[in-house]
Design a protein around this ligand. Structure first.
Ligand SMILES: *Cc1c(COP(=O)(O)O)cnc(C)c1O
Length: 434
């Protein structure tokens, strides 16, 4: 028998193969070459026929230049931090693709001079919240807070209620974040209660502002009191509120969740928020409020270090002006509609994999780390035995559900209807494989 090493296709011949050459255009030479070398190795070891080397090299290539995968979020958690928070609308995705090349993000094409960066996105944000005298956008919610702290309270103090010194996730704490830029926090009240007098007696000539933070990921119940924004005006210092979730106006399903417009109307001088939670946009931090304060933030040296990129500005504009976002759509889904979809999926699974263990259950999704803690959102799930969870996560597309009551629940609250077909195929594949 011929030495298999002699029959391994040569690298230059493989690189010239039209299908692999097209992949080089798409993914770059290094990536394709690495895949070719791996396939040649398998051929050399006798695991692969020489005729199959091209196919194997193609199969091992990623679908795109990023190794991040599109995932079906069937967790029922609308703003899922580990799944990238808010999924962008189609309008926002298209906008990102347009802005990705050379673009007039900071040029006035009429005069060929430098123009205000991201003007259209800022105009859209101003139009969405007319209560704001001016607006500014930075990298994320944390950056918005840090910029406000640095620009308005450097070498001074921020007065904040002890019960609002919160951790926002993964070990990041708002007090430590603020102290990291050199401001001091003056805590007032106790864990569960604080009064206006506590704030009033803490304010002095070193106070930069009074900060209110919305506890967006937990709830305090029982003997509690906090002070509304409206009661904190008139202390002689600005009132800044971190509303967290980025709702611009009240949402009927989330009555407890603060929004930018109402918070400004109640008397806040500045509101900070994230763009990729309930607003449903790209990761960014919004600053809205008094025009003179916003001007100070925009001109502060640190503003440059937390500046947003053109892709974000494009996506934000399209989110604000475009059709309902996936987050808004999820919040609008009615339980009856979800039940119908779950029944249809279950019927299909029973038909294609006779005797399989599947059922439809009532459940509750939630907003997630992005806001509205403790608010259940009625939903329906397709459930299968939990041992399928791993295969579903590793399938194409990956499907992430949640294990509850010894079942893997696939919650349709967070699955766009357009993904039902892909979800059905993924589940059929995994369940049929056993
Ligand atoms: C999420 C959140 C933040 C942090 O915002 P990022 O956009 O994640 O940086 C800050 N404060 C509150 C109240 C939040 O909910």
């Amino acid at each position: 028998m011929q030495d298999p090493r002699r029959r391994v296709p040569r690298t230059d011949a493989l690189l010239a193969d039209p299908r692999l050459a097209r992949s080089i255009d798409r993914l770059g030479r290094d990536r394709v070459k690495a895949s070719i070398v791996a396939a040649q190795d398998r051929c050399r070891r006798g695991e692969l026929a020489p005729e199959s080397v091209v196919d194997a090299a193609l199969d091992a290539l990623p679908a795109s230049g990023t190794s991040m995968r599109r995932v079906i979020n069937a967790t029922g958690v609308i703003v899922h931090t580990n799944l990238g928070r808010a999924p962008l609308s189609h309008a926002a995705r298209e906008a990102v693709a347009v802005a990705a090349g050379a673009t007039d993000v900071e040029m006035d094409l009429e005069s060929a001079r430098r123009g205000p960066r991201g003007r259209a996105a800022m105009d859209a944000l101003r139009a969405a919240v007319p209560e704001a005298g001016d607006v500014h956008v930075v990298n994320n919610g944390a950056a918005a807070l840090v910029l406000a702290a640095r620009a308005l309270a450097a070498d001074g103090e921020i007065v904040v209620a002890r019960g609002e010194m919160v951790e926002i996730g993964d070990g990041f704490r708002i007090p430590e974040l603020l102290e990291s830029v050199g401001v001091r926090l003056r805590e007032v009240g106790t864990t569960n209660r604080v009064r206006r007098e506590d704030y009033a007696s803490a304010v002095n000539d070193r106070t930069g502002f009074v900060l209110k933070v919305h506890p967006s990921n937990f709830r305090v119940e029982g003997f509690t009191s906090s002070v509304a924004v409206s009661a904190l005006t008139g202390l002689g210092v600005p009132v800044v509120m971190d509303i967290g979730s980025g709702l611009l106006a009240p949402h009927p399903r989330l009555p407890e969740e603060p929004d930018a417009a109402s918070t400004l109307r109640a008397g806040a001088d500045l509101v900070t928020a994230s763009g990729d939670k309930l607003l449903g946009g790209p990761q960014c931090g919004l600053l809205l409020g008094d025009a003179a304060l916003v001007h100070r933030l925009r001109r502060h040296p640190m503003a440059r270090a937390v500046r947003v990129d053109k892709l974000t500005l494009a996506a934000l504009e399209a989110t604000l002006c475009g059709p309902p976002t996936p987050v808004a759509q999820a919040l609008a889904r009615r339980p009856e509609e979800l039940r119908q979809r779950a029944e249809t999926l279950a019927a299909r699974l029973r038909e294609q994999v006779p005797g399989c263990d599947v059922d439809v259950r009532k459940s509750a999704g939630r907003v997630g780390g992005g806001g509205a803690p403790g608010v259940p959102l009625p939903s329906w799930t397709l459930t299968v035995p939990p041992q399928y969870a791993r295969a579903l996560r590793l399938g194409e597309p990956p499907v992430v559900g949640r294990v509850h009551d010894d079942r893997l629940e696939l919650d349709l609250l967070t699955v766009p209807e357009a993904d039902d077909e892909a979800l059905a195929q993924a589940v059929v594949r995994v369940v049929a494989a056993g």
